[in-house]
Ligand binder design. Sequence first.
Ligand code: ADE
Length: 230
Amino acid sequence: MRIDILTILPYLIESSLNHSIIKRARQKEIVSIYVHDIRDYAQNKQKQVDDYPFGGGAGMVMCIEPIDLLISKLKKERKYDEVIYLTPDGKKFTQRTANYLATKENIILLCGHYKGVDQRIRDNLVTRELSIGDFVLSGGELAAAVVTDCLVRIVPGAISDETSALTDSFQDNLLAPPTYTRPAVYKGWKVPEILLSGNQQWIDEWRHSKSVERTRLLRPDLLKDDTEQE
Ligand code: ADE
């Protein structure tokens, strides 16, 4: 899988995607992540990539030209499955969306800033708009890092224990069960006996029932919501 991230703050993205699972997946060439500076495609001396909004009002708007030039250049080099714009008014990003997008070959993530991008970019170049939550960040970079991290860890081969990503919270609309490690007793606080029993079937059943219990208690909405599309 290849992910191209378009931003005016490339260093912010790079530093967040060079650790742990993501770093290893990049080294193993399971995924390639390219970060592009939109400013490099500005056609003026000042390298300005934003301008005042037509009709007046507060804030600046990211200009169409540098973003179009960059996307057009990338599209000439390969075919992209999706051009995704990160924005607080996009569709909510979920594990289901991640599972779907992780099957794609090439995607572009476009990070907005200021008052967002010129609407014509959204109308003509973007195929999907995603929000990582009902709050406003100062730019799309952290959202793009969240989406990238989430996709990369489920691409086959990124995690050495293949089953591990499948038992994450949300993978089957259930929260993950509690986990424990040594020591079995600490300050008198004990690990549930069943996990030490050695009987894998009992352990699996216990974990499933704990997942259901936790989900009912903390996120009952997940048990109802099975109609959501990617
Ligand atoms: N850009 C600013 N806020 C955002 C959010 N909540 N999700 C995605 N992109 C954003």
